[in-house]
Write a protein that binds this ligand. Structure first.
Ligand code: SAH
Length: 396
C-alpha cells in the first residue's frame, strides 16, 4: 500500500519521537492531504526527517496512530499477525487459568495498534474498532486471529459514528454463533454476557482485580451499597464474599433484570438483595432522610452522564459525589472510589478525596489503590490510556 507523507508541527515532534503513539490533529501541517480513513501515513518532521509510520483514523482527539518507528517495516497482514501473536502470547497465563475465561487480549496502543481492542470470552473474540480508519484493516486483523489461533466465533463492535450516527448492527463476523447469554468465569465468579447486544456486553473486565478484592477481603458480614451498579457485578462479588446484604442502585431500567440475572448465575437469592432503579443522587437524599448507613459504599460513576435533572461530570463533580457517600457510610466503613475518567490522574483524584473528607469534617485513611489489570496493557508514553483509578478509603 502506498504511503502519504505527513509533516509534523515542530511543537509535537519531540514527544512523537520519544514514543507518543497518537497523531493529534494539531500536529499535522498538511491536513488537506488526509482524504481517506485507513490511508497509510509516513510522518516526518519539518526538515523531512523520518518519525514513524501509521494510519489515518479519526477518534476523539486523535487523527490516527503511529504503528512503527522502523522506516523499512511494511504495514500489512504480516505486521498485524505479529502484533496480535505477541499480544496473545503475553496473555498466556490468562488462557491457562481455568477460573477466568474473560479477559482482554489486545489493548490498543498498549499492544502497538491504537484504535483496536480485542476481548476474549470463553472461545469468542470481540473486536472493537474505534475508527473508520482501523476498520479498513478488518480483513487482515481478523485473519490474524483466525489463521493463527483456535476460536469458536468472532464478534465485532464498530465504535465509530457512521453517517453521524452510531450503528450497532452486524455484530457477528465469522465462526459459530454464540448462544446468549454466554456464561464466563472471572476468578470463579460467573457472569452472563451478551456479545450480540450493543457495545457493552454485561461486564467491565477492567474491574476484575477490584471485584476480587471486594469478595476476598472487604465484604464478609458487611452491608454494601453499590451505586451506578449497571449489571451489579460488584454486588455479586460482595454477596459471594459474605455480605449480609447488598443494595444496587442504577437509573437504567434494564439494570434490574440484568442484576437479577447475574445474581442467579451465582446461585445468590436475589430476593434477599435490594435492586433499585433510581437516580443515585435521589437515593442519597432518601438514605439520609431514612438514616440509612452502609459498611461498604462503592462509587463507580461514568466519566460523564446526563440524567433528567442532573449532569454529572467526574472531573467536576466527584468531590460532591464523595461527600454524599461519606454521609451514609458507617464509622470505620469503607468507600471504594472508582473512576475511568482520563481527564485527571491519580494525584488529582486523591485531591478530590481529600477535599471531600475535609469539607465533611471527617477523617480518612487510604487502604489501597488499583489501576488497570495486567491484561489491559498500557505504555508510559501514552498515560491517557492508563485511565482506571480505584481507591479504597476507610472512614475514621
Ligand atoms: N459499576 C458498574 C459500571 C457502571 S457503568 C460495573 O461495575 O459494572 C455506569 C452506570 O451508571 C450505567 O449503568 C448508567 O445507567 C448508570 N448511571 C449514570 N448516571 C446515573 C445516575 N445519575 N444515577 C444512577 N445511575 C446512573
Amino acid at each position: 500500500m502506498s504511503e502519504t507523507t505527513i509533516r509534523i508541527h515542530s511543537k509535537f515532534v519531540n514527544k512523537m519521537k520519544s514514543g507518543s503513539p497518537i497523531i493529534l490533529k494539531d500536529a499535522i501541517l498538511n491536513i488537506r492531504d488526509l482524504h481517506r480513513e485507513g490511508m497509510l501515513l509516513r510522518l516526518v518532521d519539518e526538515r523531512g526527517q523520518f518519525i514513524g509510520k501509521g494510519y489515518y483514523g479519526k477518534q476523539n482527539k486523535g487523527y490516527g496512530w503511529i504503528l512503527t518507528r522502523k522506516e523499512n517495516e511494511s504495514i500489512n497482514g504480516v505486521f498485524f499477525q505479529q502484533k496480535i501473536k505477541k499480544a496473545i502470547e503475553n496473555r498466556k497465563s490468562f488462557f491457562e487459568n481455568e477460573d477466568t475465561t474473560a479477559f482482554r487480549v489486545f489493548n490498543g496502543e498498549g499492544d502497538g495498534i491504537g484504535g483496536l481492542i480485542i476481548d476474549y470470552f470463553d472461545g469468542f473474540y470481540v473486536f472493537h474498532w474505534y475508527s473508520e480508519g482501523i476498520y479498513q484493516f478488518k480483513e487482515e486483523i481478523i485473519d490474524a486471529i483466525t489463521s493463527q489461533f483456535s476460536y469458536k466465533g468472532i464478534y465485532q463492535k464498530k465504535r465509530f459514528a457512521q453517517d453521524g450516527k452510531y450503528v450497532e448492527e452486524d455484530d457477528f463476523v465469522t465462526g459459530e454463533r454464540g448462544e446468549f447469554p454466554l456464561i464466563v468465569k472471572e476468578n470463579g465468579i460467573h457472569f452472563a454476557v451478551y456479545l450480540n447486544d450493543g457495545a457493552m456486553v454485561g461486564v467491565f473486565l477492567d474491574q476484575r482485580d477490584v471485584r476480587k478484592a471486594i469478595r476476598d477481603r472487604y465484604a464478609e458480614g458487611k452491608t454494601v451499597l453499590n451505586t451506578f451498579s449497571y449489571t451489579g457485578a460488584f454486588s455479586v462479588a460482595a454477596a459471594l464474599g459474605g455480605a449480609t446484604k447488598t443494595t444496587s442502585v442504577d437509573l437504567a431500567n434494564r439494570s434490574k433484570s440484568k442484576t437479577i440475572e447475574q445474581f442467579s448465575m451465582n446461585e445468590i437469592d436475589y430476593e434477599a438483595q435490594d435492586i433499585i432503579v433510581e437516580d443515585v443522587f435521589r437515593y442519597f437524599k432518601y438514605a439520609v432522610k431514612k438514616n440509612l448507613s452502609f459498611d461498604l459504599v462503592i462509587l463507580d460513576p461514568p466519566s460523564f452522564a446526563r440524567s433528567k435533572k442532573v449532569t454529572f461530570s467526574a472531573a467536576k463533580d466527584y468531590t460532591n459525589l464523595l461527600k454524599q457517600a461519606i454521609a451514609i457510610t458507617s464509622d470505620d466503613g469503607v468507600i471504594v472510589a472508582s473512576t475511568n475518567s482520563a481527564a485527571f490522574d491519580m494525584k488529582k483524584f486523591k485531591g478530590f478525596i481529600h477535599t471531600a473528607f475535609q469539607e465533611t469534617n471527617e477523617k480518612y485513611e487510604i487502604l489501597e489503590e488499583y489501576g488497570l489489570p495486567e491484561d489491559f496493557k498500557t505504555i508510559k508514553e501514552f498515560p491517557e490510556g492508563d485511565y482506571l483509578k480505584v481507591v479504597f478509603i476507610k472512614k475514621r
